[in-house]
Design a protein around this ligand. Structure first.
Ligand code: SF4
Length: 715
């Protein structure tokens, strides 16, 4: 075979920005390799943007450490051996293990954990969810309750659907207010905004401003017109006091379909800027000025993300962000925040359920479910606490909760006590190494892709369908095929089986390919078609966001009730907590927050040499005054101790940290004894989640990963 080059378009699935990529592929007698990865300038949403992770997408395809065949664990811990087995054996072992737990102990004996990459795979969206439902267990967990549940919890209460989330109209706004988010590094989250740096330059060029509140001077804070430090987990006080100012200065202008404005006024009556200043460190005059500027801007959008959601009052924060946009008339307005109109309307057609709350509770701690999932902070105790409903078998899909959920180290120990565990994953990692069987699906470049979720959260309405760049290797399976087989084979082994008709319907639904399903859903939406998308693989532009209210609302009465009981009732807990903090004597405690880097991708991609080279970035960041007062030295090892654990890592002095606050990156702490790897995967660093506390939760059930009290001393 002669060597030849070809060009192919692909979609990056590593983060929510869903950038369009243009690949050059060299094919020859020794196989195919990607020789270049560029941003696709023709993509109507990402406009040629690419970040270092996008280039590394090709590394995943060629990674020698990636599993290409199913494996079975023989032995334990550091002595474990991983033996390749056939797909038939892997699927049968999985079905045997899951069915045995259900048949012996009941449906809730099976626990499921879905990791973040599930949202980025078409097959996981179309077939993973169906597999999940087929098990009918109440012990479902996912990355949602690690970092985004408050958004969904608030959207469900205000707008009637958990994924009907207003998106900042970044391409037209004149004032972008950011709390606890770092889109310069992330390119947006629950706001798909590829090329955020370019879009920020455009905002500036049209005279707009960006103002950032964050306990760390992040990349976004450095690019902002103004940055203000805010003490972790006190953003709620600042945001509520902004609402207070709106009422006090008669700056409210809510749309006619909003009810409960007076209840909000009463709820925030004693949250003054002066009170917020004492607890948050943000001067009262900054709060007042920012509120006035926001209300006066010709199109303003408030946005809060990770830092707001991963704290004890995440839902109050996300509610207050919505109130800010709604009360100032910036909701459903060009330049403000608007709902998207995706070609496949996962909200309007209820392809994703609206959400529900407290239909059942977790067995041990009695925590309510949301949308059919329990808070992942309860997972360890549900595995380790004996009794009826105890989890005896686990299935994890593209997740690494040992590194990404609170008190992960103990969760890892708990996984060892299971009767059986299977993982659908392309890597052996800190979580999957506890599995009995690991089933690796094809990777992004080997499968067709349509982003069901992220088109629905993007700053512009577009649609894109990309074909697989490479044929899957002989014998490889796509994720949706694995889900189909696990669901059908497990079902066939259950003593209590569904009626024949239902089983036939399940089989038929699981057998249709994702592409066939998307073709039908596009036809249902009538905004574009599969034929059009195939003819234009760079994507189709469906136009800017536009007003859709009140028709797009999913509430029963087509109204927004602005003061939902569940959130307003939590204000008393907020007030009590802030009062207790104010009364507590000054000690040597610091507050720990997480951070994300552009060259990291949650708990994976650490074995791409392309991403891990360069200056180490695992350090504990700390203000120089905090080092000096403890006699610590920049660069030296320190011990960090929280209620649940301790870690030792190097400290780095930086004035980018608010005094009294320290930061560790999310997703570090790889410990892979027992796993043979080719690359230098011993990336330094510790897991921040060996310090985070599963007892600290938002009212939605989201883990409060930020604002963890810690003590730091010389190691
Ligand atoms: S910003 Fe980077 S990681 Fe995210 S989709 Fe674009 S190229 Fe991929």
């Amino acid at each position: 075979m002669e060597t030849r080059e070809r060009r192919a378009l692909a979609a990056c699935n590593l983060c929510e920005a869903i950038c369009g990529l243009e690949l050059t592929i060299r094919e020859g007698p020794d196989g195919a390799e990607v020789t270049s990865v560029r941003g696709n300038a023709e993509d109507p949403l990402s406009r040629g943007h690419i970040c270092p992770k996008g280039v590394a997408l090709a590394d995943v395809y060629s990674d020698p450490d990636r599993l290409r065949r199913p494996v079975r664990r023989v032995g334990e811990g550091a002595d474990a051996e991983w033996v390749e087995i056939s797909w038939d054996e892997a699927l049968d072992r999985t079905a045997d293990g899951l069915a045995a737990a259900i048949n012996t102990h009941g449906r809730d004996a099976l626990g499921i954990y879905l990791g973040n990459p599930n949202a980025h795979s078409l097959g996981a969206q179309t077939h993973g969810v169906r597999m999940l439902k087929s098990f009918r267990t109440r012990n479902k967990f996912s990355a949602t309750s690690v970092d985004q549940l408050p958004h969904q919890y608030v959207a469900w209460q205000l707008y009637g659907h958990q994924l009907l989330i207003p998106i900042a109209d970044l391409d037209r706004t004149s004032y972008f207010l950011v709390f606890g988010a770092n889109p310069m590094a992330s390119n947006g989250s629950l706001m798909t905004v590829p090329d955020f740096p370019g879009r920020l330059r455009e905002l500036r060029a049209r005279g707009g401003r960006m103002v950032v509140f964050d306990p760390r001077r992040t990349e976004t804070a450095k690019a902002a017109d103004e940055h203000h430090f805010v003490r972790p987990a006190t953003d709620a006080a600042v945001l509520l006091s902004m609402l207070h100012v709106l009422f006090e200065e008669d700056l409210t202008d809510p749309p006619p379909y909003v009810r409960g404005t007076e209840s909000v006024r009463l709820a925030v009556a004693d949250f003054t800027p002066e009170h917020a200043a004492t607890v948050s460190g943000v001067p009262a005059e900054v709060i007042r000025r920012t509120t006035r500027d926001f209300a006066a801007a010709d199109g303003a959008a408030a946005y809060g993300r990770m830092g707001l959601s991963t704290q004890g009052f995440g839902s109050i924060c996300q509610w207050a962000i919505q109130c800010l946009n709604l009360l100032t008339g910036n909701f459903d307005r060009e330049g403000g925040v608007l709902f998207t109109e995706p070609a496949v309307d996962i909200v309007g057609k209820t392809i994703v359920g609206r959400g529900h709350h407290d239909a059942w509770r977790s067995r041990v701690r009695g925590l309510p479910e949301f949308g059919g999932e329990l808070p992942v902070s309860t997972l360890r105790e549900e595995i380790q606490t004996p009794g009826e409903g105890q989890i005896r078998a686990m299935l994890t899909v593209a997740g690494n909760p040992v590194l990404s959920t609170p008190d992960g180290r103990r969760l890892g120990e708990a996984l060892d006590g299971l009767d059986f565990m299977a993982a659908v994953d392309i890597y052996l990692n800190e979580t999957t190494r506890h599995a009995d069987v690991v089933l690796p699906p094809t990777t992004a470049l080997e499968r067709d892709q349509y982003d069901l979720v992220f088109h629905a959260l993007a700053v512009r309405n577009t649609a894109r369908y990309t074909r697989a760049v490479f044929e899957p290797a002989a014998g490889a399976m796509h994720d949706w095929e694995i889900f189909r087989e696990i669901a059908l084979r497990t079902s066939a082994r259950l003593q209590q089986r569904k009626p024949l008709r239902k089983r036939l319907m399940d089989r038929a639904a699981l057998t249709v390919s994702p592409t066939t399903l998307i073709t039908s859903l596009l036809a249902l939406g009538r905004r574009t078609s599969m034929r059009a998308l195939r003819a234009q693989p760079e994507g189709i532009d469906l136009g800017p966001l536009r007003p859709t209210m009140p028709g797009r609302l999913q509430t029963r009465d087509r109204l927004i009730h602005l003061a939902p009981d569940r959130v307003v009732a939590d204000l008393a807990r907020l007030r009590r907590t802030l009062d207790e903090q104010a009364a507590a004597p000054e000690g040597d405690e610091l507050l720990l927050i997480g951070r994300r880097h552009q060259r990291d991708n949650n708990s994976w991609m650490h074995n791409s040499p392309r991403l891990t080279k360069g200056k180490p970035r695992h350090h504990l960041l700390m203000h120089p005054e905090d080092l000096a007062s403890r006699g610590l030295v920049d660069g030296e090892p320190v011990q960090v101790v929280s209620r649940v654990g301790k870690v030792t890592t190097e400290v780095r002095a930086t004035e980018d940290m608010m005094p009294g606050v320290v930061s560790l990156p999310h997703g570090y702490g790889h410990q892979l004894e027992g796993v043979r790897l080719t690359h230098a995967t011993t990336v330094a660093g510790v897991s921040v989640n060996d310090l985070t506390d599963p007892e600290r939760l938002d009212v939605s059930g989201n883990a409060a990963l930020n604002g963890v009290p810690v003590r730091v001393s010389g190691a």
